[in-house]
Design a protein around this ligand. Structure first.
Ligand SMILES: [Zn+2]
Length: 370
């Protein structure tokens, strides 16, 4: 292609870009990176976070927001804070965030991260990922807990990890096998033959309100354990398949509290699985000014290098965590700043710059303007 055609193409592409309404506009260098964003249809980053808590670094520089001209790295960026369980009430879980502005006006430049409020967060990351590091061990963002994949699917009571048939499935924590087999006659879902071959493990810890905790692994091709067997964290319990109601091979992973048979007893696994090292999780509550939780709200969460989406729970068939009381989460976020917005036909109803702290949950209260 000749130079003038390239130039014309470049101008056309530039003209098609929506006006930058985010605070990144002032600081985004005019590189390709700034234009790369993950679409909702392919929310998995190009460089996937395959690191675990034991690995040394986030896997890719492309995950690192390109703030370097204005951000002064601090020790907070690299430390792994010790999670200190506290009995702090949920209300105090909101970090004091000096980068936020009461008028919702973004700061003119990026500033160092706010003080780490780790001591105020009551995380309970008892689980490792049920898929190993060499495989797809991140959660499918198109169909998160409580989501409907844009109204196409029923409300999701777990999370999916998209792996091919035969991928080893690992026990997320120590425990004892509560059930191993198929659900042809024993019901765990809204119907029989829903999870296909599955394993349910009872763990030796409880929820924030004292209920026993179970993890469930569905659609298995093969089950490698037996009911009653003692299980160590990380042990292979089966392999990925597509048994039961599944569009294709993947692992469906659930956390259940209290009644292991109850489809309505699930909790959000993302609040139980330890984040990748130097990655964090957003969790929060989206409500109206009267404090009513709002269903099926889309949040855009954007750094300078990527855009992700979170969705509030589509109905009350899924449950807020007893400790957090959230109605959305968004995990696997590289540590750093994000512009969190909720808009309605182009009208912004909420906007705030929020720092995702490493290796734990960052709480966000979103009150939507009417
Ligand atoms: Zn699923």
């Amino acid at each position: 292609m000749s130079h003038w055609k390239l130039l014309l193409l470049a101008l056309l592409i530039a003209a098609c870009q929506p006006a930058q309404q985010t605070p990144f506009a002032a600081t985004i260098p005019p590189t390709r990176n700034a234009l790369v964003s993950e679409q909702i249809s392919s929310p998995v980053p190009t460089a996937h976070p395959v690191a675990s808590r034991t690995s040394t670094l986030p896997p890719s520089a492309t995950f690192t927001p390109t703030f370097t001209p204005t951000i002064t790295p601090t020790p907070t960026d690299t430390l792994t804070p010790t999670i200190t369980p506290t009995t702090a009430p949920i209300a105090s879980a909101t970090p004091t965030d000096p980068t936020s502005d009461p008028n919702n006006t973004p700061p003119p430049t990026w500033t160092p991260p706010p003080p780490d409020p780790a001591a105020q967060i009551d995380d309970h990351y008892h689980f490792i990922r049920p898929i190993g590091e060499g495989d797809v061990n991140w959660i499918d963002r198109t169909y998160p807990y409580g989501g409907t994949s844009g109204g196409r699917l029923q409300v999701h009571h777990g999370v999916d990890l998209a792996n091919p048939r035969g991928t080893p499935v690992l026990a997320a924590a120590d425990g004892e096998v509560f059930y191993a087999g198929n659900d042809d006659t024993t019901r765990f879902g809204p119907q029989n033959r829903y999870y296909g071959s599955l394993v349910v493990i009872q763990h030796n810890f409880t929820t924030g309100d004292g209920q026993p905790v179970f993890s469930l692994y569905g659609h298995l091709e093969r089950v490698d354990v037996e009911t009653g067997q003692t299980i160590a964290q990380g042990m292979q319990i089966g392999i990925v398949g597509g048994t039961g109601v599944a569009f294709g091979p993947h692992l469906h992973f659930e956390v259940r509290a209290g009644d292991p048979f109850s489809f309505d007893a699930t909790l959000n696994p993302e609040l139980w699985i330890y984040p990748f090292r130097n990655f964090g999780t957003f969790a929060g509550r989206v409500s109206d000014p009267a404090g009513n939780l709002l269903y099926d709200v889309t949040l855009q969460v954007q750094s300078t290098s990527m855009t992700r989406y979170a969705f509030t729970y589509a109905d009350d068939s899924v449950n807020p965590d007893p400790v957090f009381g959230e109605n959305f989460t968004l995990g696997d976020l590289p540590t750093g700043y994000y512009n969190v917005t909720v808009s309605d036909n182009g009208r912004i109803r909420f906007q705030k710059i929020i720092y995702a702290y490493p290796n734990r949950t960052t709480w966000i209260d979103l009150e939507l303007r009417p």
